[in-house]
Design a protein around this ligand. Structure first.
Ligand code: AMP
Length: 302
């Protein structure tokens, strides 16, 4: 089992879906990622929160043995994101993004974080992703996520960080936007051209696809009858994906495929409730049970 480092947002989210709403609840790309990955391996987190951030939220991560030595608490406001969804839960509409303490955050990495073998640059300012990349010894595997906000606002920095990562884990709308290409297969190929050897495209209820040099792998999403709030599904997917790879410590094609399925398993829990609520009640045995469900669902005879 290898350690896994994540840098990304720790946030307070205000969400509206057709099924309900919640204000100032625990969210953030690094939060979902770290919580999900903690079921697989030892996670180290780099982020910043404001003085207004409830300590009880940090206890939730600490209880999962997430190493919070890289989490700074600054005077000022925690990152806040407000989003809403229509009946098509695949498409989040950003209502408001307030960077707060992230606006002038400079990550300080504790010395034991610098040699972490697996690194995930979760959705956050690509300048911060680069900053963390500069402060670590080259990990065995570096993966990155991003979103429209940064593709539109910081494309140049994003292109620089893309050139240095091994894998990109990104949603379909953002893959199209990043590559400026409507066809998803062409978009994935274009992103491979930016540097990474692997591109994983998350497609919400349509599952995920992985493109490597000349090869594709597709996994469906778990067929759920009730999807309550898709927020964090992508980050949870990434947490399951990277957590699974770090636990195995191997990076062959079979390991990547298994990791995609574990990513899909983890995401399928997150969407069942608001914020991290479903993850907080999740048992390791449920993860394995749903993984077996995936194997059965995807099996067919030659
Ligand atoms: P997703 O997995 O794509 O649904 O990500 C949702 C999470 O991303 C929310 O909990 C937000 O706090 C966080 N988020 C939204 N916008 C940004 C942004 N521009 N940078 C970093 N994190 C963000």
């Amino acid at each position: 089992m290898a350690e896994l480092l994540v840098v990304g947002s720790v946030a307070l989210d205000s969400i509206r879906t057709p099924f309900g709403e919640a204000a100032d609840v625990l969210g953030g790309s690094a939060t979902y990622f770290a919580y999900a990955a903690s079921f697989f391996t030892q996670v180290r987190l780099v982020a910043v929160v404001g003085a207004d951030f409830p300590g009880s939220h940090l206890d939730l991560l600490a209880r999962r043995r997430v190493d919070l030595a890289g989490l700074q608490v600054s005077s000022g406001e925690t990152f806040r994101w407000a989003g809403e969804y229509g009946y098509d839960l695949n498409e989040a509409k950003t209502v408001d993004t307030r960077l707060g303490v992230f606006a002038d955050f400079r990550p300080a990495l504790p010395s034991h974080f610098r040699t972490t073998p697996f690194l995930f640059l979760a959705n956050i300012d690509p300048e911060l992703q680069l900053d963390v990349l500069r402060k670590v010894e080259r990990p065995k595997l570096i993966a990155l996520d991003t979103m429209n906000f940064w593709i539109q606002g910081k494309r140049e920095a994003l292109q620089r960080v893309l050139a240095e990562v091994d894998a990109v884990v990104i949603n379909d709308t953002e893959a199209r936007m990043l590559a400026q290409e409507p066809n998803l297969i062409k978009a994935a190929r274009a992103i491979l051209g930016y540097g990474p050897k692997t591109v994983v495209v998350k497609r919400g209820e349509y599952g995920a696809l992985m493109a490597t040099d000349g090869r594709f792998f597709f996994a469906p999403a778990f067929p759920l009858e009730s999807v309550f709030d898709p927020t964090g599904a992508g980050d949870t997917f990434a947490g399951g994906f990277m957590g699974c790879l770090a636990r195995a410590g191997t990076m062959d094609e079979a390991s990547f495929r298994r990791a995609i399925v574990y990513g899909s398993v983890m995401a399928s829990f997150t969407v069942e409730d608001f914020s991290l609520s479903r993850l907080l009640r999740l048992e390791a045995s449920e993860i394995e049970e749903r993984y077996r469900g995936f194997r059965e669902m995807m099996h067919f005879e030659h």
